[in-house]
Unconditional design. Structure first.
Lengths: 263, 256
């Protein structure tokens, strides 16, 4: 079991190494300035972001000025959007009537691709940070809300009867029975929200009126034909997406340990 | 202790698909009694139990617990459901499951923990408090559900086919557990079962229900020597006679 898992991990690394080497070879053979080889990209990334003094954990001024604001935007809007999604989802899911009335509307709102609404947000909030935060929150609200509502709706009836028989208070029933019951579905919504936050964050930073962020740096690099820097931004976003997803999965595994073991 | 007066319940509100689960059922249970209710499956036993527990409002008649008409679950009433795996909360440890209902009993955290520990000890699970329900066997999970009811210190405990989904050996152990806790804690127990032998073995009194719409067709006193024993009680002539009697009443009305 253990050796098999280690072998799988070794094989996965090998595939990655082979692909990167193939990319390197192909890029060098093509010699196209639009497609720099990965070695050039990595050197550029290091120079751009990770060659700072030890006092700032080797981050350069450029990294502090762009990567941190992007992470901040993601953190704030993920927290806000997820919280709103959970609260509204519970409210919708706990009332069969509200759910019946709103289900169609919610499915419709969820189906609209967020970028299509960007102009609406610009009209309401203007350019800048407030609009970006509101836009990201709005985008991730729907998967969280709909999944939470679904979870709150499908609570085991015997769990509710047990709460009723032992006369749990409303708060106890909500926090100790309903929320944990809905948690697996809630997590399914949050799992969708994590990559979506990154996508919409980058999109919001490509808009005019942005003064910093990874997306902003991408635009600047593209406009000044700094192709290695542009590719560096793309690679960084990929790595960021991967790491955030892994972190989320670790958190979810801890939160749902009882669920995974029981099913 | 418990008075059931002319109880009726119809599902489906009188339309063409209305199902009469209970009709004109009268029953009274004395304090400290262990009453077993048997009846053919689907006869409305669970509806009766849910009416006593205040989980449904019967369409006719009334239920009184300690003189009070039941409108919501009465104080000091606990229920052990058949489906332990769905009645215990899988996200809580065994001890937390047992201690949860004690929050409204004005007990501080330490008292709740002690009460849970004591209840688990009395069902023979003193070491299992930190485990989660899914780590226990079915019989052990049902013990946890019984411990949760005991820790609550009810005056009336309702058990809805509590041993319906465990194997035969576990079932006998749990039957003896009920007899044991009953002699330790002073409480009235109403146990619903479809197992005729079980009703005679466990009960002080056995009430037989007809098939739906359910009403009482037999009410027998069980006068077997105490303490009851899985081997000797079951070969006692009175046991054999009683179980035949109960069986006749159940079957007689199951086939009509």
């Amino acid at each position: 079991m253990r050796t098999r898992r280690m072998r799988a991990a070794a094989f996965r690394t090998l595939v990655l190494v082979v692909l990167v080497l193939a990319w390197e070879a192909a890029a060098r053979a093509a010699g196209n300035t639009f497609f720099p080889p990965p070695s050039t990209i990595v050197v550029r990334m290091h120079a751009m972001w990770f060659s700072g003094p030890p006092s700032t954990l080797f981050l350069t001024e450029d990294a502090i000025a762009n990567i941190l604001p992007s992470l901040g935007r993601m953190a704030v809007s993920f927290a806000g959007g997820a919280f709103a999604g959970v609260v509204l989802g519970l409210a919708v899911g706990l009332s069969a009537r509200v759910y019946d009335y709103l289900d169609g509307v919610l499915q419709f709102l969820r189906a609209i691709p967020p970028p299509a609404l960007v102009t609406v947000f610009l009209v309401v909030f203007g350019f800048g940070l407030r609009m970006q935060l509101a836009f990201i929150m709005f985008s991730i609200l729907w998967p969280v809300l709909l999944n939470t509502a679904d979870g709150a709706r499908s609570i085991e009836p015997l769990h509710l009867q047990t709460s009723q028989v032992f006369r749990l208070s409303r708060t106890e029933r909500l926090l100790r029975v309903i929320v944990p019951s809905a948690l697996p579905k809630m997590c399914a919504g949050l799992r969708l929200a994590v990559p979506l936050t990154l996508i919409v964050m980058v999109f919001s930073e490509l808009l005019p009126g942005t003064v910093n962020g990874i997306g902003f740096q991408l635009t600047v690099a593209y406009q000044s034909f700094d192709l290695p820097a542009m590719w560096g931004g793309i690679v960084l976003l990929g790595v960021l997406g991967y790491v955030l997803n892994e972190l989320y999965l670790i958190a979810e595994r801890r939160l749902l340990a009882w669920h995974q073991a029981a099913h | 202790m418990l008075e059931i007066d002319n109880l009726s319940h119809v599902y489906g509100g009188g339309g063409p698909n209305a199902h009469h689960a209970i009709e004109a059922l009268n029953l009274s249970v004395a304090e400290g009694e262990l009453l077993c209710i048997v009846g053919p499956s689907g006869c409305g036993k669970s509806t009766l139990l849910r009416s006593i527990a205040g989980l449904i409002t019967p369409t006719g008649g009334q239920v009184k617990v300690e003189g009070q008409v039941v409108r919501q679950t009465p104080d000091n009433l606990a229920v052990v459901f058949q489906d332990y795996s769905r009645s215990l909360f899988p996200w809580m440890s065994v001890a937390d499951n047992v201690a949860l209902p004690l929050r409204r009993k004005n007990m501080d955290k330490r008292q709740r923990r002690e009460a849970a520990h004591e209840a688990l000890e009395s069902v023979g699970l003193s070491g299992a408090g930190r485990k989660y329900p899914f780590q226990l066997s079915g019989g052990m999970q049902q013990r946890v559900a019984i411990a949760r009811a005991l820790a609550y210190r009810p005056t009336l405990m309702l058990m809805d086919e509590p041993f319906g989904s465990v194997d035969a050996q576990t079932r006998e152990d749990l039957e003896d557990l009920v007899l044991k806790v009953r002699s330790h804690h002073q409480m009235t127990i109403v146990l619903i079962t479809h197992d005729i032998d079980e009703s005679v073995y466990v009960g002080d009194r056995v009430v037989i229900l007809s098939k739906a719409p359910a009403h009482v067709v037999g009410d027998l006193k069980v006068d077997l020597p105490a303490p009851r024993d899985q081997i000797t009680t079951r070969e006692h002539p009175d046991f054999v006679h009683l179980r035949a009697e109960v069986g006749r009443l159940v079957r007689g009305h199951a086939t009509v």
